[in-house]
Design a protein around this ligand. Structure first.
Ligand SMILES: Nc1ncnc2c1ncn2[C@@H]1O[C@H](COP(=O)(O)OP(=O)(O)O)[C@@H](O)[C@H]1O
Ligand code: SF4
Ligand SMILES: [Mg+2]
Length: 380
């Protein structure tokens, strides 16, 4: 279990100025900077390849406030990891296979635009204001250095004035907080000496050692068994309420974000097809793809044979994206839009009064609500 002290901070609480956190250079906030802590606007990430251009992310926009959690959900290959790597600025790192990415749009973090920023500035922000938990901890950790040495290094890069001894103390404390037993001894272990769950915890410690104000967790639980999964999610939640960070949780499994996320963004073929407050998306999902994802969620209270209503077919190629609505080859309702599903790309349209819940589907709201009430809700 996590050793964190639970605080009474509410989900929307602001992070008290964390020691060691870097503020943006004074007076450099450009006019037109959005008020939100994180604002992604019309993000496009395309990869030229021998077979054609892979449109991994194609016009994605969302915002996120501090202290809030956004769940990005979609099947494998929908562009979730490419989105997170772009926010981290990792598409520009030479030697990374993504460095040839063509990227456009805007990523604003706390008044600073990152796509056009100096790579040195983005590197400085990474590990300090921005941190990421990767799907596979072994890719984030070097096998030849002890777990502790790597986290200490990550801490000292951003705190050059701190002595080795104090940095080690801080890291042992961090390992303790993420639930590593005997952290003063295990700090000197190598990654392969840790179990999968412990490596994931160590990576979380590495991500959090500098109190990042934005934490991106990309499928943080996929490789773990159910009990450890629940512990890791509890841990992320506790850390968030303590530090007030903004969190993006990326997953192919809506169940993972059901309790954790304030907002949900459903991605399909590099685009957002539905976005809104988590309660609305779970209670009144508007997009046929979201219905499919919800139907695929295992539930304890369902009979085994009724449990899964998978989305038929598989995700499309992002080189030859289907015309019109990219979901049309798999959508049972594509014929009910007078042909528009096949020719016209649907745009995100508000479905509630305040415009917080949006969906991109050519069916009228009335028709969607009728289908949901009659065909979908009884099976969920
Ligand atoms: N460096 C790259 N070059 C070409 N295609 C890429 C590259 N990185 C990712 N892709 C493609 O972009 C798509 C989205 O990938 P990704 O974001 O990893 O999906 P997800 O995380 O949702 O499973 C996939 O089709 C993937 O093959
Ligand atoms: S636009 Fe058409 S194909 Fe796309 S989700 Fe709506 S009904 Fe289905
Ligand atoms: Mg991924």
């Amino acid at each position: 279990m996590s050793k964190l002290t639970k605080t009474s901070a509410k989900a929307g609480a602001q992070n008290p100025a964390a020691p060691g956190s870097s503020e943006k250079p004074a007076g450099k906030t450009p006019a037109g900077a959005p008020p939100e802590f994180l604002a992604v606007r019309d993000l496009r990430v395309h990869f030229p390849t021998d077979d054609g251009i892979v449109k991994s992310v194609d016009g994605l926009s969302f915002t996120l406030e501090k202290g809030k959690t956004l769940g990005i959900v979609g099947e494998s290959g929908s562009g979730k990891s490419v989105t997170s790597l772009s926010i981290m600025g990792l598409h520009k790192v030479s030697g990374n296979k993504s460095h040839n990415a063509r990227i456009s749009g805007e990523i604003w973090l706390d008044g600073e635009e990152l796509i056009g920023a100096d790579p040195d500035r983005v590197r400085q922000l990474r590990g300090q204001k921005l941190a990421m938990i990767f799907q596979d901890p072994l890719t984030a950790m070097h096998p030849y250095y002890s777990v502790g040495a790597q986290i200490i290094e990550g801490y000292r890069v951003h705190h050059p004035g701190v002595s080795k001894k104090n940095a080690r103390k801080h890291v042992i404390d961090m390992l303790d907080r993420v639930g590593i037993p005997q952290p003063d001894k295990r700090v000197d272990d190598y990654p392969h000496q840790f179990s999968g769950g412990m490596r994931q915890r160590a990576m979380i410690a590495m991500a959090l050692v500098n109190d990042p104000s934005l934490l991106i967790a990309d499928e943080p639980t996929t490789a773990l068994d159910v009990t450890v999964q629940a512990q890791i999610l509890d841990l992320i939640r506790d850390l968030q309420s303590e530090f007030g960070s903004a969190v993006i949780i990326i997953t192919h499994d809506l169940g993972v974000v059901a309790e954790l996320a304030d907002d949900i963004l459903v991605m399909y073929a590099g685009k957002c097809v539905e976005r809104g407050p988590a309660v609305d998306v779970f209670e009144h999902p508007e997009h046929p793809y979201t219905w499919g994802l919800l139907g695929s969620m295992p539930r304890l209270d369902r009979e085994l044979q009724d449990r899964l209503i998978p989305v038929k077919g598989s995700p499309p190629s992002l080189i030859n994206v289907p015309s019109g609505c990219a979901f049309h080859p798999r959508c049972p309702y594509a014929e009910r839009t007078e042909g528009r599903s096949f020719t016209e790309v649907p745009v995100l349209t508000p479905v509630d009064e305040n415009g917080h819940h949006v969906a991109a589907c050519h069916m009228s709201k009335e028709l969607r609500h009728r289908i949901f009430a009659e065909e979908i809700a009884p099976r969920l």
